[in-house]
Ligand binder design. Structure first.
Ligand code: GNR
Ligand code: NI
Length: 174
């Protein structure tokens, strides 16, 4: 397994719409393994393939947060087939928007249809943090980041900060 580089905003690649996977094969499973390792090493609870620069509709999640009780989940070509009308608010962060957090409202429950690690069709009903996370990751597949839900002013302040940090980190030569 390989830890890949996580792209951060502003980066046009993060705004691409990811393409459906035709068949879940070893190449996709290798990518999912790499994504999981990359996510764990960055202390994240979810990751979409586009965050490592691959425009495929693939998501990995592990909301267990316990080192000894890992519960990795893999979703290929997810479709949100049902959403609750009731909203839930969570303080969200994103590995592609480092060190920035904001309260975001989303449907509190959702139902998704997807292909699993082996390409088998599955249906999952999610609520709580899992539902929030799935919707956050699904947004990545559409080129959407959580900061897009903030006011223009708040979003611009965050993008400005990130641009400055980026210039700094790009100057570091290893
Ligand atoms: O690690 C993450 N935490 C998180 C917290 C609240 C809502 C969504 C998330 S997802 C995020 C990892 C990430 O950027 N996934 O795309
Ligand atoms: Ni994210």
């Amino acid at each position: 397994m390989t830890i890949r580089k996580i792209l951060t905003e502003p980066n046009k690649i993060l705004r691409q719409i990811s393409k459906p996977v035709k068949k879940v094969e070893d190449e996709e499973r290798k990518l999912m393994d790499d994504m999981l390792e990359t996510m764990y090493s960055a202390n994240g609870i979810g990751l979409a393939a586009i965050q490592v620069g691959i425009p495929k509709r693939i998501i990995v999640l592990d909301i267990s947060r316990k080192e000894d009780q890992k519960n990795p989940m893999f979703f290929v070509n997810p479709l949100i087939i049902n959403k609750n009308k009731e909203q839930n608010t969570y303080e969200e962060g994103c590995l592609s928007v480092p060190d920035q957090f904001a309260e975001i409202d989303r449907p509190s429950k959702c139902e998704i249809e997807y292909l699993d690690y082996y390409g088998k069709k599955q249906i999952l009903k999610a609520e709580g943090l899992l539902a929030t996370c799935i919707q956050h990751e699904f947004d990545h597949l559409e080129g959407i980041l959580f900061i897009d839900y903030l006011s223009k002013l708040k979003k611009n302040i965050i993008i400005k900060k990130l641009s400055k940090q980026k210039v700094k980190s790009d100057r570091i030569v290893v």
